[in-house]
Design a protein around this ligand. Structure first.
Ligand code: GLA
Length: 434
């Protein structure tokens, strides 16, 4: 967000206002710029680092059977219990603050056209749920769809309802909106997403905006205009839904890597690519695969939305999701998305994400299916060009690897479908920074 203002910079400065002393001119130009920025740019100042939290969809889907499955159905109870866990089990302090509702919460529209949650499953309403979540120091996200229906067939936000729904969400004190794209045409999306961004801004409440817009237009230019997206949305789903399997993780990863030249430059503070939720804690991933998804999503500067049952998650999966160095890397203030920099014929790949203070994250990733692979490399081979001496910390084991010069050969042992992840920093900067 905010790029629009930058683009208009030159035009304002060169306008017909070229009179008076240079400093008056400068002042005039600056004030005008500010005005233009305020009016046109959809800057809400939110999500300077990728959002972290919990999102219902992947694990709990559209389970509305509260009679037979009261603990797991989409209901205020589910969101309150997840909020309790986020607040009590150390998640909130690490940054996992969003509790996000997905599809299947809506009951109907009332006589005035206002959205009403399902009265049986949300008997106290969304405003009450938002208050509860806020009382725990967390934030509430909600879901709607720019079309006649949501993907699961609940009432959607048609173009004539956009402003009213934005106001409703703001009145309820919602903090994030995921706006899906089922049952919409490309034209409706081109009008509707910017319209919703403006309507959310106009409410005066700061509501982060997650758009599924590109995912419904194939995810790539020329159909998708990523600079417009960055001016309109804080994050966007580029591609297909994740499912509970390693195959699905690879399918999504492959798409993001294939198009990294397009996708990598468009991410940054306030506007992020979203490869979809973390599966960690569910049924489809082995331990190694869970570590791999976490590491890969982190180097991709992806949102960290868990979608698992935090009431029953194992200590081992919690360790993966609560790794402080991992989260520090994901939340690096520069917000630079990483890239795959090596793809070996023998199914080893290396990803690199530049971080602040001259540090980097390296992920050595194995797609092999035989045995742990001893991969030999050096920092010079991996695009490290400076003459610094580096240290590396293994993000999962904590092991420190000292005195890495560019040419120093090292070996990492990467398990099948697993990763070794390093936080690499110049030794000269001292540990204080790190
Ligand atoms: C789409 C989205 C999913 C989820 C479902 C809900 O498929 O991509 O993330 O929100 O709709 O129906």
């Amino acid at each position: 967000m905010g790029r629009q203002a930058e683009q208009r910079d030159g035009a304002v400065g060169r306008g017909p206002l070229c009179v008076g002393a240079p400093h008056t001119l400068l002042w005039l130009a600056a004030s005008l710029l500010l005005l233009v920025a305020q009016v046109l740019a959809l800057e809400n100042g939110l999500l300077r680092t990728p959002p972290m939290g919990w999102l219902a969809w992947e694990r709990f889907r559209c389970n509305i059977n509260c009679d037979e499955d009261p603990k797991n159905c989409i209901s205020e109870r589910l969101f309150m219990e997840m909020a309790d866990r986020l607040a009590e089990d150390g998640w909130r302090e690490l940054g996992y603050v969003y509790v996000n509702i997905d599809d299947c919460w809506i009951g109907k529209r009332d006589a005035k056209g206002r959205l009403v949650p399902d009265p049986k499953r949300f008997p106290n309403g969304i405003a009450h749920l938002a208050d509860y979540v806020h009382s725990l120091g967390l934030k509430l996200g909600i879901y709607e769809d720019l079309g006649n229906f949501t993907c699961m067939g609940y009432p959607g936000t048609t173009l004539d309802k956009v402003v009213q729904d934005a106001q409703t969400f703001a009145e309820w004190k919602v903090d994030m909106l995921k706006l899906d794209g089922c049952y919409s045409t490309p034209e409706e999306r081109a009008t509707g997403y910017p319209k919703m961004a403006a309507a959310l801004n106009a409410t005066g409440r700061r509501i982060a905006f997650s758009c599924s817009w590109p995912a419904y237009d194939g995810g790539l230019p020329p159909k998708v205009n990523y600079s417009l997206l960055a001016d309109t949305c804080n994050l966007w789903r580029n591609y297909d839904d994740i499912q509970d399997s390693w195959k699905s993780v690879l399918y999504i990863l492959d798409w993001f890597v294939t198009y990294q030249d397009i996708l990598q430059p468009v991410a940054g503070p306030g506007h992020w690519n979203d490869p979809d939720m973390l599966l960690i804690g569910n049924f489809g991933l082995s331990f190694e695969e869970a570590q791999a998804q976490m590491a890969l999503w982190t180097v991709l500067a992806a949102p960290l939305f868990m979608s698992t049952d935090l009431r029953t998650i194992s200590a081992q999966n919690m360790d993966i999701l609560q790794n402080p160095l991992m989260i520090k890397i994901n939340q690096d203030p520069l917000g630079i998305q990483g890239r795959r920099i090596v793809k070996e014929e023998f199914f080893i790949e290396v990803f690199l994400r530049p971080l602040s203070h001259g540090a980097s994250a390296l992920v050595f990733f194995s797609r092999r299916t035989d045995m742990p692979y001893r991969y030999q490399s050096s920092l010079a081979t991996l695009n490290f060009t400076s003459s610094h001496v580096y240290e590396a910390q293994n993000v999962y084991t904590g092991e420190i690897i000292s005195d890495l010069h560019g040419e120093t050969e090292f070996t990492v042992t990467v398990n099948p479908s697993g990763v070794v992840m390093w936080y690499v920093y110049p030794k000269s900067l001292g540990k204080a920074h790190h």
